[in-house]
Design a protein around this ligand. Structure first.
Ligand SMILES: *[C@@H]1O[C@H](CO)[C@@H](O)[C@H](O)[C@H]1NC(C)=O
Ligand SMILES: *[C@@H]1O[C@H](CO)[C@@H](O)[C@H](O)[C@H]1NC(C)=O
Ligand SMILES: *[C@@H]1O[C@H](CO)[C@@H](O)[C@H](O)[C@H]1NC(C)=O
Ligand SMILES: *[C@@H]1O[C@H](CO)[C@@H](O)[C@H](O)[C@H]1NC(C)=O
Ligand SMILES: *[C@@H]1O[C@H](CO)[C@@H](O)[C@H](O)[C@H]1NC(C)=O
Ligand SMILES: *[C@@H]1O[C@H](CO)[C@@H](O)[C@H](O)[C@H]1NC(C)=O
Ligand SMILES: *[C@@H]1O[C@H](CO)[C@@H](O)[C@H](O)[C@H]1NC(C)=O
Ligand SMILES: *[C@@H]1O[C@H](CO)[C@@H](O)[C@H](O)[C@H]1NC(C)=O
Ligand SMILES: CC(=O)N[C@H]1CO[C@H](CO)[C@@H](O)[C@@H]1O
Length: 662
């Protein structure tokens, strides 16, 4: 997270005239793009992982704890007079999960309940559950879903106990409720019969319940949120997040090797946003997320810097570089390599392909200037050398960019993060024009977060993405897309926010236990339009007009169609556009999609009303006798035009002659 300190403003004309902007799009002469302009990133912020896209319904399922977040009974409550306590037994479930729940039963059927992540969505669908028990019990356990408001049971299943004294025995079950709950104020309970216990109490751990997941992956993702992300047509995934990778201290960074394997072997970690993480959503789950949405992974590795500003000394960095190389071997090595064999043993013999590795996160920020100096002086170079040697084909990305006062050593790329005002984004339109061919840059995070009038990080962020912000983001992205041979891609951040616990307000989507509250923000609608039309080759545009109030980029898709993306900011009257495409004749048709927002530029999509303030208008345009498409775009609009078919250029020579005749 950060503000852009050195936005390079392009010459902006404050035009408000009504004369048409004539654009002539040439048929060739542009650049091949990286083809992955629009992507996503994710980190567990505001319960967007645990309690968010990671579909686990049980909060605090394994009583995981760290120095920062002590062990607790959070989200658990007793049923029918049972007594609950967390114990560290001499024989824990695993070394990774040393704490467990001791339950001294009350009379009759008693046990414990979990309130989920601010509720549990109950529908008539298959829930998959599991828990471990230690202690002798003959009888049945009952797993049930019920209202926390009325006590009504929506579904229950009996599980015959196989538990024995002094062993941890896993019990698995499925539960299909008879009835859907009217709201998400529900709990999940496990009860048992006191008379069947030999010893007064039973110990439980890793109590888990999943609804159906995206593509039915075990330990998978929430369907509605994955579908909302899939609709954006994202091409890459920056993982495993930003600040979360760094960790609070150099002892508590995101250790990839502790996020893999069976859940009982994952200790979890101290989250960097105010809560303990399960790491059930670990490295393999991130890679499957890439597989499921067909995204190129950009894998960030820990590089010795923590959020408290401390960093690893040069002499001590070796083992961490080795850990990063091991991570890549785990992902990409064949089954005969040490870590490739570990991956295979976890059920993934087929290696993944990783083309991009990022070294750290925002190394210019925490602990500056000393920590940043250490990155420039030795940390980055040592990682770059190690990766270049072992994985010469991988594109290494530094966490700062040339905009952060760092000369990025070849052959590495950089990463630029921008959290700005709408005016700031519009002023940054030309910023990527200054990149040279070697200055490849990822835009690993961006979002409009403050209203115009100045960035005040001590003041409030806007509560939600708002329409004026979304249009300015579109202009910034158009500026990036014009240079999409040098800009690897761009991702909005953060992606998700649980409505029940948050601090960083402006996120692409909002969610809660109840899927009816899942909300696509105005920026989401802008990104869906921009991401749907993939430019694989940019095209030069000849015009007399300056950029502003109309901003645009043109290019061809891999289908051979031609695309124009445009946005309008700061105009008093709609901007007439007269668009000629060199390779298309009269009568050619094209589809024009225009997004406009509410009258109030601060309008947003409110999760509590579910009203979408973004209006989408689609029209079919026909090129006139002169081969020109005419349309006009209003204030604060985002538009994409795509031809219905391919262009008809005969030869390069012909096209140049045509240009001359213009
Ligand atoms: C293609 O790249 C060159 C060199 O960086 C640049 O000057 C030119 O403007 C680019 N053309 C387009 C259409 O993006
Ligand atoms: C259930 O009720 C208890 C006590 O009334 C409350 O603490 C808890 O948050 C509620 N859970 C849900 C899901 O509403
Ligand atoms: C009873 O509890 C004690 C102490 O927790 C334990 O050592 C013993 O194994 C338990 N016996 C049975 C039958 O569960
Ligand atoms: C129940 O859950 C809904 C969300 O589904 C929430 O709006 C409402 O406040 C909750 N009611 C109570 C009494 O907790
Ligand atoms: C994971 O890797 C880190 C870095 O190499 C190491 O310090 C840690 O002990 C490893 N964790 C486990 C459980 O092996
Ligand atoms: C938009 O217009 C306002 C009001 O005239 C002006 O203050 C602001 O600088 C303009 N923004 C841009 C990016 O041109
Ligand atoms: C990248 O940009 C910097 C300016 O920060 C420049 O000094 C450097 O030469 C550029 N690198 C390449 C390979 O073009
Ligand atoms: C087409 O071109 C002719 C001749 O240049 C011109 O007179 C006419 O106005 C143009 N038509 C349109 C719709 O632009
Ligand atoms: C990341 C984040 O926003 N964390 C916050 C989540 O919400 C709680 C309660 O509002 C805050 O205490 C956390 O800091």
């Amino acid at each position: 997270m950060r503000l852009l300190q050195s936005a390079v403003a392009s010459a902006l004309a404050l035009a408000s005239s009504c004369s048409a902007v004539d654009l002539f799009v040439r048929g060739s002469g542009g650049n091949t793009t990286t083809t992955m302009m629009y992507g996503i990133m994710h980190e567990d912020i505001n319960n967007s992982g645990d309690g968010g896209i990671y579909a686990e319904l049980i909060q605090n399922r394994a009583f995981q704890a760290t120095e920062e977040y002590p062990v607790s009974l959070d989200a658990w409550s007793a049923v029918n007079g049972a007594k609950l306590s967390v114990k560290q037994l001499g024989k824990p479930l695993s070394t990774a999960l040393p704490n467990s729940l001791n339950v001294v039963p009350g009379s009759g059927k008693s046990g414990f309940a979990n309130s989920g992540f601010w509720g549990i969505d109950v529908k008539v669908q298959r829930y998959t559950g599991s828990f471990y028990v230690k202690g002798s019990y003959s009888g049945r356990f009952t797993a049930s879903l019920q209202s926390n408001l009325t006590g009504e049971t929506f579904g229950a299943v009996d599980i015959v106990s196989r538990s024995v004294s002094d062993e941890w025995v896993q019990h698995e079950f499925t539960l299909v409720p008879r009835k859907a709950a009217p709201n998400s104020n529900n709990t999940f309970a496990i009860t048992f019969d006191a008379s069947g216990t030999k010893n007064g109490s039973l110990d439980f751990n890793l109590i888990s319940l999943f609804p159906p997941t995206y593509k039915n992956r075990p330990n998978g993702m929430r369907v509605d949120l994955m579908e909302a992300i899939a609709e954006l047509n994202p091409k890459f995934f920056r993982l495993p997040g930003g600040n979360m990778l760094e960790g609070l201290t150099t002892k508590t960074w995101w250790k990839w090797n502790e996020t893999i394997g069976p859940l009982k072997d994952r200790p979890g970690m101290a989250g960097v946003w105010g809560y303990q993480l399960t790491t059930g959503l670990g490295l393999v789950e991130y890679m499957q997320w890439c597989d499921d949405l067909n995204m190129e992974p950009i894998v960030a590795v820990w590089d010795g810097l923590a959020l408290d500003g401390t960093f690893i000394a040069e002499a001590d960095l070796g083992p961490y570089i080795q850990s990063a190389l091991d991570e890549l071997e785990f992902l990409t090595g064949d089954v005969h390599t040490k870590w490739g064999a570990v991956r295979a043993s976890l059920g993934h013999p087929k290696p993944w392909t990783v083309k991009y590795v990022e070294i750290g996160n925002e190394d210019w920020l925490a602990g500056r200037p000393t920590a940043y100096d250490s990155y420039k002086e030795y940390r980055f170079q040592m990682f770059l050398d190690a990766f270049t040697k072992k994985y010469p084909k991988i594109q290494v990305i530094a966490s700062p960019s040339v905009f952060d006062d760092m000369v990025i050593p070849a052959p590495a790329a950089g990463d630029s993060h921008s959290y700005l005002t709408p005016d700031g984004f519009v002023q940054a339109f030309g910023m990527f024009d200054h990149l040279t061919k070697g200055n490849l840059t990822l835009i690993g995070e961006y979002a409009a977060v403050h209203p115009n009038g100045g960035i005040d990080w001590s003041g409030d962020l806007q509560p939600w993405p708002w329409w004026g912000g979304a249009v300015s983001e579109a202009i910034f992205l158009i500026g990036a897309e014009r240079n999409s041979d040098r800009v690897i891609g761009a991702t909005y951040a953060p992606g998700l926010k649980n409505l029940n616990r948050w601090q960083w307000a402006v996120t692409l989507m909002q969610h809660a236990a109840d899927p009816a509250l899942t909300t696509r923000s105005v920026s989401w609608y802008m990104l869906r339009l921009m991401g749907k039309h993939v430019i694989t080759e940019t095209l030069p545009v000849a015009t007399d007009a300056n950029f502003g109030p109309l901003y645009y980029v043109a290019g061809n898709s891999d289908k051979g169609t031609t695309i124009l993306k445009a946005a309008v900011y700061n105009t008093t009257a709609p901007v007439p556009v007269s668009l000629q495409l060199e390779c298309y004749k009269k009568g050619t048709t094209a589809t024009l999609t225009v997004l406009t927002g509410p009258q109030n530029p601060y309008g947003y999509n409110d999760p509590w009303t579910q009203a979408n303030v973004v209006k989408e208008t689609t029209t079919t345009l026909k090129a006139d006798d002169n081969g020109t498409f005419s349309f006009s775009l209003p204030q604060l609009s985002v538009a994409v035009l795509e031809t219905s078919g391919k262009g008809k250029c005969k030869s390069k020579k012909m096209r140049m002659a045509d240009v001359e005749n213009q």
